[in-house]
Design a protein around this ligand. Structure first.
Ligand SMILES: Cc1cc2nc3c(=O)[nH]c(=O)nc-3n(C[C@H](O)[C@H](O)[C@H](O)COP(=O)(O)OP(=O)(O)OC[C@H]3O[C@@H](n4cnc5c(N)ncnc54)[C@H](O)[C@@H]3O)c2cc1C
Ligand SMILES: Cc1cc2nc3c(=O)[nH]c(=O)nc-3n(C[C@H](O)[C@H](O)[C@H](O)COP(=O)(O)O)c2cc1C
Length: 782
């Protein structure tokens, strides 16, 4: 077998090694345009998990690599004169030059042919090869040559960055967030061998220009960085080696394989340097390809297996890298944060690390985070313990004169079980049990302001006395038997009205018994949905009056808070999104016009609703669709409602149009809450695939929301909050009838938690840094 490898970086060399081990008789040649020791860059970094992989696949190179490594366990965050260190991260680094030398030596030893200073420009040279690896790096010539086939997507990010080096020793992966007269600069730095560290500098394009970096040469810009970070670098000079400022390209390819040619490493997919995974991805691509070659009966099948088997893993790493790079791009959002909360945000930015996980690894750090959170709560007038504070989830929160005892919220959830809009026994038990279960705040399901405002025939309403009486009974029970506060969500279905119950076909039009539907514009939801009638002025006035009448009924029921539903493609949302609003009057066109009717409704409600009671608005912060609402627009929407007197923005997303393409995942809507809260400076509630109290605490402690709503988790677990309180040892109200149950779970939880933590600590393999420390000091292991 003949294998040609274009590009002798980590991907190409490691693939050569693994394939040659599998097929000693194969003719494998690596073509590299540079000289053997001609490498750019300074260090590369690997996690312990990646090294475990290397150990499994090629022991000799693993041994040599790890002999050369610098290890560290801590991440240190420097911000506004403070430094916070978190241990247990298990990373190591080595010089890129050394890594490549080791891989070259190992490849040679196995009989791979290495040809240097050969710049390949035509793959036809390898017409006789069985397999051609395109591992020619980030600017891959061959990816571009076959652009129509591979269909690369190159997303050039806005921030500027440059790789530099230094002789400064570092004992931790070090982030320095530096305020300057021009704006924020960030250094990502780590030691990769004795006496050498990598320094990646990053800043936004405006700060870059203001700092006069445009047009400076490598040395001049290194001198500028030296001025900025000199207080930390001391006498250690910054070193340069192709240290040009660039914009990071996030690269993805629709196809990875063309005939017998296959993309590997940076040519195929990149991951932002802030998660230190570029070289890891490249070498793990080589592993995946070698695995596929081992398992498949022929090359075509192996390439297909490689592409299909590896894609998900690569996309996961790229997603984590995307989330991380977005955090760094928007670091100014958090610039006013308490430093320890800021550091917590750095640590938890890409979802892999959470509040509980950090509590195990760095309990003192999390204790500081809790204290900072409690101090903020105290500053709002609450008499909370700041020395031994409870976890953020159990800190109280105030909106106008309404205080919620904790931050867990029952999200509004249609039960589709009302009879002519009247909530019945199901609703009584549903809301009553979640209130007793300890949630600080409950939202009603979307409660419709008129019969024709309903989504389905099973939707609850508040337009007549029977409904008012039924809701009042539920509100009274909640208030009498729990400390939960109760918010009424009012809405109008718009073009999604006259549809079936969820379990009969969500959003599908009723075949019988429907009613006329209205919307901002006459656009049906499904092609076969009813075409809505465009609202005219008289309709708008009537609907506004219906909202006000329902709010007045809500006040008589005793609800504590009112939410206006402007999300999910319902009537008010249909005005806000340009995808559903095609009007040419003063209610269509610009965002200001599209917001006009929802703001009119909000203003009338605010005037009718008692001043001491808060109001929220639910928005879809993105339509997840081309041409629709984006996070940036959501900030403007939140600001507009903020100016109109909204107390809380309930940040949901999507459900506007059928062709939306949401990117689901854990806590997938939280970044929008983060953006709205920290750019529009309004209180927010986030929601969406948040399933554990650990996630709730992570979100709150990092300042990404003020309240956290859970929908589906509450459907199966009314006592979600009570159980979490027991776990974290926080108090929560419980009616006397249930006290024995509460006492038991609180008692058991202390032991369960200790057992769980012990198990987790035992199960966690020691990081290489820990093992090395033990070898240096054998007593440390005992
Ligand atoms: C300055 C710098 C510093 C970096 N530091 C880190 C770090 O600290 N940690 C980390 O994880 N990642 C780091 N990266 C990213 C990392 O280098 C890449 O993610 C990784 O090297 C990808 O490996 P690769 O083999 O796919 O590509 P590369 O390492 O880029 O290798 C591609 C090779 O192909 C050769 N080549 C290209 N075209 C041709 C051709 N037509 N003919 C012959 N040869 C060709 C190139 O000369 C190059 O040697 C850094 C990148 C840069 C630019
Ligand atoms: C069955 C069901 C009914 C819902 N009804 C409403 C509703 O009436 N009003 C509303 O604003 N959102 C409604 N939602 C959305 C939820 O409030 C919540 O935003 C969504 O379920 C995501 O949160 P989760 O992942 O915690 O479930 C509903 C969701 C589901 C699954």
């Amino acid at each position: 077998m003949k294998i040609a490898i274009i590009g002798g970086g980590p991907a190409g060399l490691y693939a050569a090694i693994l394939l040659k081990k599998q097929r000693p008789s194969a003719d494998i040649t690596v073509y590299e345009r540079n000289r053997p020791d001609d490498t750019f860059g300074f260090g590369v970094v690997f996690s312990d998990a990646t090294l475990d992989n290397f150990e499994k696949y090629d022991l000799p190179s693993y041994r040599r690599i790890t002999q050369e490594f610098a290890y560290w366990d801590d991440i240190a965050v420097h911000f506004r004169g403070t430094v916070h260190r978190v241990g247990g991260n298990g990373f190591c680094g080595c010089s890129r030059r050394t890594l490549l030398a080791i891989l070259q030596e190992r490849a040679r030893e196995l009989g791979v042919t290495l040809q240097f200073q050969v710049d390949i420009d035509n793959e036809a040279l390898f017409a006789d090869a069985d397999l051609v690896l395109l591992s020619d790096g980030i600017n891959s010539r061959f990816r571009e040559k076959h652009v129509e086939h591979f269909q690369p997507e190159v997303d050039l990010r806005a921030n500027k960055f440059a790789w530099m080096g230094s002789t400064k020793p570092l004992d931790a992966f070090t982030f320095i967030f530096q305020e300057t007269e021009w704006g924020p600069f960030i250094a990502h730095a780590y030691q990769y061998e004795a006496g050498h560290s990598t320094w990646i500098f990053e800043t936004d394009p405006e700060t870059f220009a203001r700092a006069g970096l445009t047009g400076l040469d490598e040395r001049q810009s290194a001198d500028r960085m030296q001025e900025i970070f000199g207080w930390f670098l001391g006498d250690h000079k910054l070193l340069i080696n192709r240290s040009m400022w660039r914009n990071f390209p996030m690269i993805r390819n629709k196809r990875w394989v063309k005939d017998n040619m296959v993309l590997l490493g940076d040519a195929k997919s990149t991951a932002h340097f802030s998660i230190g995974s570029g070289t890891k991805l490249a070498m793990e691509d080589a592993i995946a390809l070698a695995d596929a070659m081992q398992r498949a009966p022929n090359i075509a099948a192996a390439l297909e297996l490689y592409e299909h088997g590896r894609r998900e893993e690569v996309e996961k790493t790229q997603h984590a890298a995307d989330v991380s790079l977005v955090w760094f791009e928007h670091v100014d959002r958090f610039w006013d944060f308490d430093p320890v909360q800021f550091a917590f945000g750095v640590m938890t930015r890409s979802k892999a690390i959470t509040y509980d996980n950090l509590t195990l690894r760095a309990p003192d750090f999390v204790a500081e985070v809790d204290k900072a959170f409690a101090r903020q709560v105290r500053a709002k007038g609450f008499d909370v313990d700041v020395e031994k504070p409870v976890a953020p989830m159990f800190q109280p929160f105030k909106l106008r004169e309404m205080t919620v005892a904790n931050r867990a919220v029952l999200s509004p959830m249609c039960m589709y079980s009302a009879d002519e809009g009247v909530p019945g026994d199901f609703h009584f038990v549903h809301y009553g049990s979640r209130a007793i279960g300890g949630a600080g705040l409950l939202f009603t399901e979307m409660t419709c302001v008129s019969r024709d405002a309903r989504i389905t025939p099973g939707c609850a309403g508040l337009w007549n006395d029977a409904q008012e009486t039924a809701w009042k009974r539920i509100v009274d029970f909640v208030h009498a038997n729990s400390q939960a506060k109760f918010a009424l969500q009012l809405g109008h279905a718009g073009r999604k009205g006259a549809t079936k119950l969820m379990w009969d076909g969500m959003d599908r039009p009723l075949e019988q018994g429907g009613w006329e539907v209205v919307s901002a514009s006459p656009l049906p939801y499904f092609p076969d949905s009813q075409v809505p009638r465009e609202l005219d002025r008289a309709d708008m006035d009537r609907i506004k009056a219906e909202f006000v009448a329902a709010a007045e009924r809500g006040e008589r029921c005793g609800f504590d808070m009112l939410e206006l539903h402007c999300a999910h493609g319902y009537l008010l949302a249909s005005f806000i999104s340009p995808l559903t609003n095609k009007r040419t009057d003063e209610y269509g066109g610009s965002l200001e016009n599209r917001l006009r009717f929802p703001l009119e409704v909000f203003a009338e409600l605010r005037a009718a609703w008692p001043t001491h009671k808060p109001m929220s608005v639910r928005i879809s912060a993105t339509d997840w669709a081309e041409g629709g609402i984006t996070g940036d627009e959501a900030v403007l929407i939140a600001r507009a409602f903020g100016e109109a007197g909204v107390d809380l923005v309930d940040v949901s997303t999507g459900q506007t149009v059928r062709e939306a393409q949401p990117v689901y995942g854990r806590m997938f809507q939280t970044p929008f809450s983060d953006q709205v809260r920290n750019e529009a400076h309004v209180a927010t509630m986030c929601v969406g695939n948040i399933t554990s109290a650990d996630q709730v605490n992570t979100i709150l402690a990092a300042g990404r929301a003020d309240l956290v709503a859970l929908g589906r988790p509450h459907l199966v677990d009314p006592a979600f909050t009570m159980k979490a309180a027991a776990w974290y040892g926080a108090d929560v109200f419980c009616p006397p009838q249930y006290l024995p149950g509460k006492e038991q779970i609180f008692r058991n939880s202390v032991r369960d938690r200790e057992d769980f933590e012990e198990l987790k600590i035992k199960a966690k393999p020691k990081t290489r840094a820990e093992l090395r420390a033990e070898t240096a000091n054998p007593l440390a292991a005992e």
